[in-house]
Design a protein around this ligand. Structure first.
Ligand SMILES: *Cc1c(COP(=O)(O)O)cnc(C)c1O
Length: 452
């Protein structure tokens, strides 16, 4: 029995009536329904095409409907769609674990699979906590976490606890555990009384003071390496990541690197940690891991951490955490194909000229009167709009300054999604130079056309 195809009107109606979209005010929601996609192009119900300027929310890597990923998933479908990881295994998931351990920063040889970025972080937080209770010389008093201002680590309650984006997280404060919060290393908006030049030393100094006083109680520090995504693509000063790695090691505090957004080539290297030769104790991966195809995430841990969970069954050292679909073979197949493409298409080499091109566009956009800062790390571009360029006064959030630019870009066939007053340019890594030009030009034109 085949069901009748719903009409476009029905789809729009049902979308508004029945689908509750995340991070979306449903009272103002206007449907844009994507029926299909290819490469960097999204196609709506009427066949209108849009360039995907934010990689379907930061996760698409090699483009939509890449033949190699499509084929890998089809091949896996002919084997099995899902095998639980609780007590069972399957070849595809095993192979992916080995591949991840091979390419990850050194020492991260144990892979715990889950489904999304938030759970990858949740797992890391719980592993760190349990580690200190079970390691060779247990330190059960180490129960606290350090996190950065404006941090974003996903929307489960553990992730929200270490998160620090006021607008998203303040409401839930009564439900959350306390976290030791450090200033955001934001070169464009440094803490009061601190110059951009002093920022690095100031932030590392604050960490050192905190560790000196409290390291006995601290289990781990969690950080988004190099770029704080949801905060508005805040880009840390060079040396910050390296600095926190050295300090956390010195004070016997675990480092959790949340590479959910920056992993898989986004910053110009496979992992952001590589830029500063950093190996964290726990590494969280999601978003780009399947090329943006399927929900899959991984938390990688060192031997040292893994060992603390080994023991006699009766000792109860097991990591009592898991998700029904963790390590799903279809997702693992997509992930393996994604890693293969990095090799076959030499993606990390191929993006270097695009990174340079994005830089040229941003330098031009930076000169617009309402652009306070135009910043870049790899293929992440961010344009921060301000009411007053001299004082850096932001637009009121209600002014929807970013949203207005994105609406305008949509009319020009470019889909982007802002973070408040920050416009994000983050196309799939496979974007062509001319597509990148069109995205950046739409952003530039949008800013000018909607200027007050
Ligand atoms: C998106 C994101 C998450 C959450 O990932 P989900 O898959 O949306 O749960 C966590 N950390 C960072 C840095 C992210 O950008």
């Amino acid at each position: 029995m085949t069901r009748q195809q719903p009409t476009q009107e029905q789809l729009h109606q049902w979308d508004c009536r029945h689908v509750w979209h995340p991070f979306t005010q449903m009272a103002e929601y206007e449907p844009l329904v994507i029926q299909k996609a290819y490469g960097c192009t999204l196609v709506d119900l009427e066949g209108r095409e849009y360039l995907d300027g934010v990689s379907s929310l930061w996760c698409n890597v090699h483009g939509h409907r890449h033949p190699a990923i499509d084929e890998a998933i089809r091949r896996q479908l002919d084997q099995v769609a899902h095998v639980t990881s609780l007590g069972l295994s399957n070849p595809t998931t095993i192979e992916l674990a080995a591949r991840l351990a091979e390419i990850a920063p050194s020492g991260l040889s144990h892979v715990f699979f889950s489904d999304d970025g938030a759970t990858a972080v949740e797992v890391a937080l719980k592993m760190a906590f349990q580690y200190w209770r079970q390691c060779e010389r247990p330190r059960p008093e180490k129960t606290q976490y350090i996190a950065l201002g404006n941090a974003y680590h996903g929307d489960t309650l553990g992730g929200v606890s270490v998160g620090g984006v006021e607008r998203f997280h303040a409401m839930f404060r009564p439900l959350l555990f306390d976290v030791l919060r450090l200033p955001t290393p934001n070169p464009y908006r440094p803490p009061e009384g601190v110059s951009s030049e002093e920022l690095l030393d100031h932030c590392l100094g604050r960490l050192e003071t905190l560790l000196e006083e409290r390291h006995e109680q601290i289990a781990a520090m969690v950080v988004e390496p190099l770029v704080q995504g949801a905060a508005g693509m805040i880009m840390h000063p060079p040396g910050y990541l390296r600095g926190i790695r050295e300090l956390t090691r010195e004070y016997n505090v675990l480092l959790i690197a949340d590479e959910v957004a920056v992993g898989f080539g986004r910053t110009g290297r496979m992992f952001a940690c590589e830029h500063e030769q950093v190996a964290p104790d726990l590494l969280c991966l999601a978003k780009g891991i399947t090329g943006g195809y399927l929900p899959l995430a991984a938390t990688l841990a060192t031997d040292e951490i893994h060992r603390a969970f080994l023991g006699d069954y009766a000792e109860g050292k097991t990591f009592f955490h898991g998700h029904t679909y963790g390590g799903n073979p279809l997702g693992a197949a997509a992930a393996l194909a994604t890693l293969d493409i990095f090799e076959h298409e030499r993606t990390l080499e191929a993006i270097q000229p695009k990174i340079a091109r994005l830089g040229e566009h941003l330098a031009r956009i930076a000169r617009l009167p309402e652009v306070g800062d135009a910043r870049q790390r790899g293929l992440i571009g961010a344009v921060e709009l301000v009411r007053d360029k001299a004082t850096r006064e932001p637009f009121a959030w209600e002014a929807k300054r970013g949203i207005r630019v994105c609406r305008r870009a949509l009319d020009h066939g470019v889909w982007i999604r802002p973070l408040g007053n920050v416009l994000v340019i983050m196309p799939p890594l496979c974007v062509s130079t001319s597509q990148l030009d069109r995205i950046c030009e739409a952003v530039e034109e949008g800013i000018q056309a909607t200027a007050s």
